[in-house]
Design a protein. Structure first.
Length: 164
């Protein structure tokens, strides 16, 4: 086979409460006092995951595929964008082996939502839920995530060529 590893990283600042944005993480609306600011739904975890997948397949990054200058992606559902990424990978003969996605921030806690997140995204990746890890860490109140100004996410994926 021809395994490849991809790594992704994304950052979004919190929107002002009066903007009324929902906090989207791994395709779910997670209860929180503020959502993230972005052209799409600003799902920082899925953005990192898409960048990891695209990088592993040598297909650039989400900015190339879904530019924030394109009005078609205004408010876009990142889970739908992930479906497009997966179609591109399949068309080129790639399949996901596993993925690990980490949220970086003091709040919200994702433990109560972890299994729902895995159940929501694993089918899109066409992998069993146990092959999708979802976790979080804090920065011990350091930096912009520690001050509660926004969230960051990292993702690592392993893909392999589908044998023909």
């Amino acid at each position: 086979m021809s395994p490849r590893v991809g790594q992704g990283f994304d950052v979004h600042r919190f929107a002002a409460p009066e903007e009324g944005r929902h906090l989207m993480l791994m395709g779910l609306s997670v209860p929180h006092d503020r959502g993230l600011k972005g052209h799409s739904d600003a799902d920082v975890m899925l953005h990192a995951l898409m960048d990891a997948l695209l990088g592993a397949a040598g297909l650039g990054d989400i900015g190339q595929h879904f530019p924030d200058t394109d009005p078609a992606y205004k408010g876009a559902d990142s889970a739908k964008l992930l479906e497009h990424v997966m179609t591109s990978l399949r068309q080129r003969g790639w399949r996901v082996v596993n993925a690990d996605v980490c949220l970086v921030g003091e709040r919200p806690k994702i433990g109560p939502h972890r299994e729902q997140m895995r159940a929501r995204i694993a089918p899109i990746l066409e992998i069993p839920t146990e092959d999708l890890n979802v976790k979080a860490t804090t920065t011990e109140k350091l930096g912009f995530t520690g001050r509660g100004e926004g969230l960051a996410a990292q993702a690592v994926v392993l893909i392999e060529k589908i044998s023909s």
